[in-house]
Structure formats: structure tokens, C-alpha cells
Design a protein around this ligand. Sequence first.
Ligand SMILES: *Cc1c(COP(=O)(O)O)cnc(C)c1O
Length: 383
Amino acid sequence: MASALTPLLQSRHIAHPLPGPRSRELQAVRDREVTSAFGSALPVFIDRAEGGILLDVDGNRIIDFASGIAVTSVGASNPFVQARVAAQLEQFTHTCFMVTEYEGFTEVCRWLNAHTPGTFDKRTALFSTGAEAVENAIKIARAATGRPNVLVFDEAYHGRSLLTMAMTAKVNPYKLGFGPFPEQIFRAPNAAPLRWPGGAENATVEALAAVETILADNGPETFAAMVIEPIQGEGGFLVPAPGFLAGLRAIADAHGIVFVMDEVQAGMGRTGTLFASEHDGVVADLMVTAKALGGGLPLAAVTGRTELMNAVHTGGLGGTYAGNPLACAAALGVFEALEDGTLLAHATTIESVVRARLEPLLDSVDVVAELRGRGAMLAIEFA
Ligand SMILES: *Cc1c(COP(=O)(O)O)cnc(C)c1O
């Protein structure tokens, strides 16, 4: 356990040029043994992680700006997460919730029901990965509506499983050579202000009109769900134009379409609020969470209106490892870490520090096209 180790200094320190000699040895083994289909951003092997720092096998301390790909929002090896996982490890690691139950699963569901936007009665289902949870949201929406079709958006990322690949926009690397895909997926433009052809100020109205056209062309009554990220993550931290999410909400209501918010990447405190959709004041029928939810252990959830969540026949949802006890314990640690609001405020502080430094570049450097995002989820675009 990390408590037996000396704390990792929260500073960058390069002892050997990256990748160091031990990382290069391990990389040679990796290249011999692991499929080349997995890329890696930095060919460096990690020995320990704590807070925002990764310690590699050559003694380098590097800053984890990737946050374990948007997972370690409460910091790597967070003490609340570690303590709960360690305790759970001593008790039991698995029973399968569909066979015999445990309280941690219920407690995670209770927290999500209480803290996700929307004052209506809710239920939650737990899964292991974001893609799995997004797929299950579609299963729930189809079961509840009896409709087949799903509306998604340009630049969307929803995962790598067959259905979520179809929902994901980018072909290379995610979809290349992996088709055919399910056909019931329709894609609408996303009101991303920077490159909207009709100008940023018209993005919301024109994008909503395009959505209405797609629905009208295919029959709005055939759409079970529309699925959108409140801030697109993999798409480039694209914040939707003001009013776009609210406009989609109104369209979904008008046609009885289940509005699914994919908060897998933007949720769980990263943008300075618990959920990114809170910035727009838009409440989803079903919300999908994962990534930072489990604080580094695989956990995902669908939370939403009871009448939708309970529309599926008993036994219709599940999974061997869905809501694994260790992952649930980790999530309860994440909730504890978020409880006093300090980390949410810190995400907002990160935004103001970064904006103060980078905003002047918009005027002074030609190739800086946009600075965007919310809280600690910020991007600078060069063009
Ligand atoms: C990462 C991600 C997913 C998929 O999650 P996995 O746990 O990798 O399956 C889905 N939606 C969004 C917005 C994501 O960022």
C-alpha cells in the first residue's frame, strides 16, 4: 500500500532523458509480446502514481496532464479511494451482483441518483466501461420507447464496442476496417462555434434546424434516443454553442425521444461542477458516467428516470463484473473526495490560472485559433 511509501513529490523531475534505459528495455519486451494495435502516447513505464505525478521506472517524475485519460480527477492513488479499496480487498473482491448482492453497489447507485441533475425519481445500473454503459443506455431507451433509431453528433466519441463505434464519429483510428456497423445510427451536425460555416452566432439555430430536418426525413417517431456529450472530449474539448443543449432537450421532448447525456469524460467534477451539463442547466433523461467515477478502477453507470430504467424486463441488464465490489468501493472514495467541494473549486481555479496565461495568446499569436473548455477541461487550438 502507498501509505508505506514516502509521498511522491508533486513536481517534475527528469533524471534520464525520456524514455530512460529501463523503459527502453521494457518497451522491447512490450513490442515482442503485446499487439501493435494498442498505441501508446509516451513509451515510458510507470512505477508509481500519486496526485498529478507519475514516477517512471527510471526515476523520472512526470506530470500526468492526461489524468490517466480523464480518469484520475481526484488524483492518482487518492487516499479516500485507496482506503476504501484496501478495506474491500480484505472483505471480498467479487460475488457478481446478479447472483448475491452487496451494499457498495447500492450505495453508488444511491449517490448517483441523489447527485445527478433532475429532481425526478431515479434508478441506476452499474457496468464496467463507458462503452458498455452507453450501449446499455441505448438498450434502455429502445426497450422504453419501442423505437430503433439513435441520433448522434459530429465529432462524437462514445466508445469502441460495435454499437458505440458506430456512434463515434472519427473513422481513423476507431472504426477503420471494423465495419459493417449497425445501421440505426443517424449523425447530426454539432454546434461547435469555431468552425460553424454560418458563423458562430448562428451555430445553435442552424444546428438545431439540421437536427429537425434529420428527424423529419426519417420520422421522429422512429428515434429512441439522442446521445450527446455536454462537452465533447475526444472531439477536441468542444463546448457546444450556448442554447444548443437546451434546444436539443426541447426537440427530444417534442418527439418523445430519450435524451441521453454522455458525461463519461466531462463528468465527475472535471469542469468545476459535478456534471458538465449543469453549466447549461440541461437535465438528461439518462446520464452515462464512467472514467473518473471509479477513480482508477473500472466502473460505469447509467442513471435516469425510473420509468425508463425500469422499462427493461428483469434480467435484461447485467454483466459478470458490472459494479464490481472493488470498483464500487473506489467510487465511494471518489464521492468522499468530492464531498466538501474543494476539488470542484480547484477545477475552477485551474481554469482561471490557465485562462489568465493563455488568453493573451489569442491576440498575440496568429496560429492560436481558440481557447475553450470549462474548469480543468481546457484546450487551445492551433490553426
Ligand atoms: C472514454 C469515453 C467513452 C468510452 O469509455 P470506455 O470506458 O473507454 O469504454 C464513452 N464516451 C465518452 C464521452 C468517452 O470519453
